[in-house]
Write a protein that binds this ligand. Structure first.
Ligand SMILES: [Zn+2]
Ligand SMILES: [Zn+2]
Length: 337
């Protein structure tokens, strides 16, 4: 998720059309990674406060996870045996959660036009009347893949995980019995998820896998909330396999739900096409990053996210500059010969 939350007013810039962007943050992109040496205590403290001690996207997802666990998902004990009732209930909750998050963000940004072009990276809207898309419509295409393959596989992985935990095949803890591990796990899961995503994403950029599977997500050059979880079923399988960590590492079901939300609705929250949700001209929620927008335009760069160090360590970082674009195009040329 994006990290550029500030409370300064958003003022129009004169050079909005540089390289065809409607908006971009100050370039070259800064390095907001917590993995820097030597560690900077002030920066780390600020990272914790920004992400975990304020109403951030992460804290919102934790609150939603607890509410869904208490009031919407089936009773944990029912997961001891596979049966239609609790699996259908789990599917319904996942379906409605993705529909609500992606649908409301899409409505706000692209139908109600609540922010117009303010903080929107790519000036283009959603594609229509173009055979590139299934149903000739980008949004309908994205909804189809997100709610069809995406929610089904998210539910399948979650059901297996819950069954393993309910039968004590996988190690289980509770927030009350292991509060420190619970809180630590919440903080580590997005980091683990980013690491897992970086590597499966690099794998998907091997030309043979890209042409067969990953192209489907990349048809979205100008992205919207429904684009985030719109993937080929094979990519969904690899992406959601991140949940298998709970098969081996002691987890509370709330941690599994948080992880499910991070992967499903969370993908909509990182692909709005805007940097932040503005409320009264103040940046309130980071709902997209220029970092990943660059990936959607230039492909062979920024496979992970800006907060994690993987792209910098493995030489695939695009900082938004023209020099990085040249390097990325060279890398693309070598990969696709
Ligand atoms: Zn993407
Ligand atoms: Zn990609």
């Amino acid at each position: 998720m994006g990290k550029n939350r500030t409370t300064e007013a958003v003022l129009p810039k004169k050079n909005l059309k540089a390289n065809g962007w409607n908006y971009h943050p100050d370039l070259p992109l800064a390095n907001p990674s917590i993995f820097v040496w030597p560690p900077n205590p002030n920066f780390l403290l600020n990272w914790v406060v920004t992400n975990w001690l304020s109403l951030s996207e992460r804290v919102l997802l934790v609150i939603i996870s607890i509410l869904l666990w208490k009031f919407c998902y089936p009773n944990f004990n029912s997961a001891q045996t596979f049966s239609f009732g609790w699996i259908a209930q789990t599917y319904s909750v996942n379906f409605l959660t993705v529909l609500t998050v992606a649908g409301s963000l899409h409505w706000y940004f692209y139908i109600y036009n609540g922010q117009k072009l303010r903080l929107k990276f790519d000036p283009r809207g959603m594609g229509k009347n173009n055979k590139l898309w299934d149903f000739s419509n980008q949004v309908h295409d994205n909804i189809f893949w997100s709610l069809g393959s995406g929610v089904s596989q998210l539910t399948a992985f979650m059901v297996i995980t819950m069954w393993l935990m309910a039968n004590e095949i996988s190690p289980t803890i509770t927030a009350s019995s292991n509060p420190i591990w619970f809180v630590l796990s919440l903080m580590i899961l997005p980091i683990y998820s980013a690491f897992h995503f970086y590597w499966i994403h690099r794998l998907l950029h091997l030309p043979v896998l890209y042409k067969k599977f990953h192209y489907l997500h990349h048809r979205n050059v100008s992205v919207g909330p429904w684009s985030g979880f719109s993937m080929h079923p094979v990519e969904h399988f690899l992406y959601i396999s991140s949940l298998c960590i709970h098969w081996f590492v002691p987890s509370d079901p709330i941690l599994v739900i948080f992880h499910v939300l991070w992967l499903g609705p969370g993908a909509a929250m990182t692909h709005t096409g805007y940097e932040n949700l503005l409320i009264k001209d103040k940046r309130r929620l980071a709902l997209g990053t220029f970092y990943h927008q660059l990936h959607h335009r230039y492909y062979e760069c920024n496979y992970g996210n800006q907060e994690m160090p993987w792209d910098r360590w493995f030489g695939t970082f695009h900082d938004g500059s023209n020099e990085s674009t040249v390097q990325t195009r060279n890398r693309k040329g070598k990969l696709h010969i």
